[in-house]
Ligand binder design. Structure first.
Ligand SMILES: [Zn+2]
Length: 404
């Protein structure tokens, strides 16, 4: 009898192993050979070869020229994720810009656009309508050549599950918004498989990928924009908390008697070290880019330097509280804090040295992020690919079905 329970189990096992092999190739810090995959998975060389061939035929994996080997026998062929065969879309709405980026499985950017705007207290439908228009302009031409698997939207707030709703984005003044429904209502995006994620979490994910080949596998990520987000990465994986809402370092308290925050509380870190606070403290127009602040500080402007020092003190205080709680060795400064790192790090270091209990025995490393230029867009695009990487057969079978 064909298709009995044993056959089903074997088919499931094949699909599981296909995902296992693809996951290894995707996550390897350097290209791996079939023999490497066999050794890492415990599968036979013949099984790995058959699975790799299927992934290659389906356009998910590519081969590099054989590596020169000093040993006898056939040289190993390095396996890598395929370029320009499937695409995914990362999108972001933040307080002062909208962004969209199309990436392939290999992590190359195929198309992107970022538009400035002011989305403080904005209307969700009109802001997302503009983003959907960008989707049509930017993704449409790529889609004509390369199939798109899905999209993920990064938002500066608390998201309930990967499908929403967005619970709260304090600086946008959005509360309990069904983002998926708004995307479905627009003709350019009504058929897109969409996920939603927190922008700092997604940026931290991009940073973890950028650091994959290094020893830095555990770090606290802090993302500075108008709001301040954060994420804790432990051994390359996000530690998000019970609901996925962890990392909101921007709303840890610096001074309970301090200014009111967009979240409704008072004296939150954002009010001392967010971009608006930095620009206001320096006497600069809030709409100017952070390069204006750097230029002012660079020419010795005392207000600019004072503002950066105040922000660094607040940031260092909040980070010290966090590090006392979670004991990480590395703090990564993302968003506007990456280019501002030369001004901020000495001040933050001073606070950490004073306030982190273990500091005399283990100095913390505070450094700028490696993933720059809207890292949440890259993190979002890679999250949109997760379904294909975990279950490649669903994508390959669908692709075959459509081609016929
Ligand atoms: Zn707050």
């Amino acid at each position: 009898m064909v298709g009995g329970p044993l056959a089903v189990r074997q088919a499931n096992l094949r699909e599981h192993n296909l995902g296992l092999v693809l996951g290894l190739i995707v996550n390897a810090p350097v290209p791996v050979s079939r023999a490497d995959v066999a050794a890492a998975t415990g599968l036979t060389r013949a099984t790995v070869s058959a699975l790799a061939d299927r992934l290659i035929a389906g356009g998910l994996v590519g081969e590099l020229p054989p590596a020169i080997s000093l040993r006898a026998g056939r040289p190993a062929v390095p396996l890598v994720t395929a370029a320009r065969t499937i695409a995914s879309v990362g999108m972001e709405i933040n307080v002062d810009y909208l962004g969209i980026r199309v990436m392939d499985l290999a992590g190359s950017i195929l198309a992107e656009r970022v538009e400035d705007g002011d989305f403080r207290a904005s209307d969700p439908a009109s802001a997302l309508g503009r983003l959907c228009g960008m989707y049509a302009d930017v993704v449409g031409p790529v889609q004509a050549e390369i199939p798109t698997v899905g999209a993920c939207l990064a938002v500066p707030g608390l998201v309930d599950l990967a499908t929403g709703p967005l619970r709260l984005a304090p600086n946008l003044r959005w509360r309990d918004v069904d983002l998926l429904a708004l995307f479905r209502a627009h003709p350019a995006t009504n058929a897109v498989r969409l996920r939603i994620g927190n922008e700092a979490t997604l940026a931290a994910r991009a940073e973890a990928e950028a650091l994959r080949a290094t020893n830095t596998r555990t770090f606290l990520y802090v993302s500075g924009e108008v709001g301040i987000g954060g994420a804790l990465i432990v051994d390359g994986t996000l530690f998000a908390g019970a609901h996925g809402w962890g990392g909101e370092i921007g709303h840890t308290v610096i001074d309970p008697a301090g200014p009111r925050c967009a979240c409704g509380s008072t004296g939150c870190l954002e009010q001392y070290a967010g971009k608006d606070a930095l620009m206001r403290g320096a006497g600069l127009d809030l709409a100017l880019p952070v390069t204006a602040l750097m230029a002012a500080a660079g020419r010795g402007d005392t207000r600019a330097i004072g503002s950066l020092t105040d922000a660094g003190m607040a940031l260092g205080t909040a980070l010290a509280n966090a590090v006392n709680l979670v004991d990480v060795q590395t703090v990564v400064l993302g968003g506007i804090y990456a280019p501002l790192a030369p001004f901020l790090v000495p001040v933050i270091d001073g606070q950490l040295g004073t306030r982190v209990l273990s500091a005399p025995w283990s100095k913390l490393l505070v450094r700028p992020a490696q993933a720059r230029d809207y890292p949440a867009l890259s993190g979002a695009a890679s999250v949109a690919l997760v379904g294909v990487i975990q279950d490649p057969s669903s994508w390959l079978d669908r692709d075959v079905g459509r081609a016929q």
